[in-house]
Every structure is written in C-alpha cells, then in structure tokens.
Unconditional design. Structure first.
Length: 332
C-alpha cells in the first residue's frame, strides 16, 4: 500500500448539543511523516485526535488507517483501533505497581525490541520503582513505553508536555523524535506551544473553531500566516495598515494584495531618523536572553522589533524598515 494511504481523514464533522465541534476536516498523513495540530483552546484539536483514535464517534465522515476504517465507540464494544495508541497529558498508570509489572502486562514485543523501547524512553533504571514513586516526567515516559510495547503503527500525542518542567519537557521531546527515527512509528502531535511544533513537525495543521484554516510546512505557516489568528499562535507579530504599511513597503500608490500587513518582529530593523521607512519613537528596550525586544511607537500603532543588541535608547527618533527579503503576509 502506498505511503500516502497510511492515515486518511475524510470529511470529519462532529456536532455536540447543537454546537459544531469539528467541520469537514480532510487530510492525509503519509507513513513516517511528522504531523502537528495547532490551535487555541477549544479549537477541536484533542477531539479530532480522539476521533482518529476511535475514542469519539464523529457525526459524519470517516478515518482510515492503511485502508481499514476506524470505528467509533458506538460501533465497537471496546473503543480504540488496532495499531493506534493515544497518549494524553495524564499518564493514567495503575497505582502502586512496579514499573516492571506495568510494562510486562502490556508487552507484545520480543525481548530485544522491548529493551529498545526501554532505552528510547529512558526508563531502564525505573523498573523496580512503583508508579506512585515516579515524578511527572518519569510517569509520562513509562506511560509512553507502555503504549509503544503494543507495537503500534500510529502514535497520537495530546499535549504530552503540558505538565512537565523545562528539563523533563526537553527530554520527552528528544524521546518522541527517537520514537519516529529509531522505532519507525508515525506520530501526530497536538500542542498549543509553538516551540513544540515548529522544530519537530514536517507539516502543520491549524484548527480554528473546529475548522482547518491552514496547512503546510512549519516555516510557511510561521512566515505566511493566512490570518491574525494563525499568526498569533506561533509568536509575536506586528499589524500595519494604511500609511504605515505603504511607507514600510515603499509603495505609496501601488496596488497591494491586501489591506493589512502582518510582519514578525525579527523581520524589521531600525535605521536612523531621515532614512526611508516608517518614522517612530523608541519607547522601550527589553533584554530577553538571546535578543532584545524594542517597542517603537508609530503614528497610529505600537510595534515590536527584535534587536541583536540594545543600541538605541528610549525616547530616540528612529525609522523602522523591512529587512532584506523579509517574508510578509497580507490579509483583508
């Protein structure tokens, strides 16, 4: 079967109590391709993942894994689909059992493959511990290993990092990369945090109020968002229109593709007063670790510019210009 036929989601819709939760969702995920779902809370991300897992019954449409239809809980006695596993932000491990027991009961792999799962999940040293003695990050790694021991083909990850501190989050991010590369399991990740999705995914899908509003490579979605909603999901942006937009683009009368310009702070630079561009006054400069963020007051709006160093003090007149070859998005 062709790789493109691995996961197919066709015309999925879901109505609950008269409200639309999902509306006409269509996409395909080829074998081995890392796909991430993004959207604000309530956009339908987790619900869509549960539909794909066979845990929620859609009102319309169907999901197929390698050509086999995923049946919902109204159609089967035990919800779920062979070859698909679902990891949420809660580990849901049995209480007070030793890790070795939890994993032994779940294991469907030969010993060598099981050992590889333990190594990938960094849990070999946890086997004698009881589940209630584990930290949150350790519990999540054990829960992931328990799912991987069933030899799935598709791993669904629903906000798996949300309850973890920075160190455990980075460790789990590394593990999930290795799950795809070493165990060759296809992954679909849901997260609200762009630092989870942008560096990991081969392709991003953005949901807004249950509808798929943009899909493409991470760089394209970040640099060319189709709306302010999408732009805001992945970082800071500036919104310019009217005279400020035309001055920034050096287009005083040329017809433009839209009435509003969206541009990321890192795609703007400062120039001395008198330089062609948009004139403004520096209001503040803040140190944010690897860069500085400047706030510049234009005639009608306040914008942000990312700087490598704090070279301009507040109160100084500056000109904001577009960086060479900087990507921008136009919306109406």
């Amino acid at each position: 079967m062709p790789d493109t036929d691995f996961l197919a989601v066709a015309n999925i819709s879901l109505e609950e109590r008269g409200a639309t939760v999902l509306k006409n969702i269509n996409f395909e995920q080829p074998l081995g391709r890392k796909l991430a779902l993004a959207g604000e809370s309530g956009a339908g991300k987790s619900t869509l993942l549960q539909v794909i897992a066979g845990l929620v019954q859609p009102t319309a449409g169907e999901v197929r894994l390698t050509g086999r239809r995923v049946r919902g809980p109204q159609e089967v006695l035990v919800p779920g689909h062979p070859g698909i596993v679902y990891l949420s932000q809660k580990s849901d491990l049995p209480k007070s059992l030793r890790v070795e027991q939890v994993l032994r009961y779940a294991n469907k792999r030969p010993a060598a493959e099981a050992q590889q799962v333990y190594e990938v999940c960094r849990i070999s040293g946890l086997m004698a511990r009881r589940t209630n003695q584990l930290s949150g990050g350790e519990q999540q790694r054990v829960a992931l290993a328990r799912l991987l021991l069933t030899a799935p083909r598709l791993l669904l990850l629903d906000e798996p990092f949300s309850n973890l501190d920075r160190v455990h989050k980075q460790q789990l991010q590394t593990i999930i990369r290795e799950v795809g590369e070493e165990l060759r399991i296809t992954c679909l990740l849901v997260s609200h945090d762009p630092t989870d999705t942008l560096p990991w995914a081969d392709e991003l899908m953005v949901l807004e109020r249950g509808r798929l509003v943009q899909q493409g490579p991470p760089e394209q979605v970040y640099r060319q968002p189709v709306s302010e909603y999408v732009a805001a999901l992945f970082g800071d942006y500036n919104r310019l229109d009217g005279a400020a937009m035309r001055a920034l683009l050096a287009a005083p009368s040329r017809k433009l593709p839209g009435s509003v310009l969206l541009v990321r702070p890192e795609n703007l630079v400062l120039a001395p007063a008198g330089h062609p561009g948009v004139a403004g006054i520096m209001r503040a400069v803040r140190f944010l670790g690897s860069y500085y963020e400047a706030e510049v007051q234009l005639a009608a709006t306040l914008i942000r510019v990312r700087l490598p160093a704090a070279t301009v003090a507040p109160g100084v007149a500056v000109v904001v210009v577009l960086a060479p070859d900087a990507p921008v998005s136009f919306i109406d």
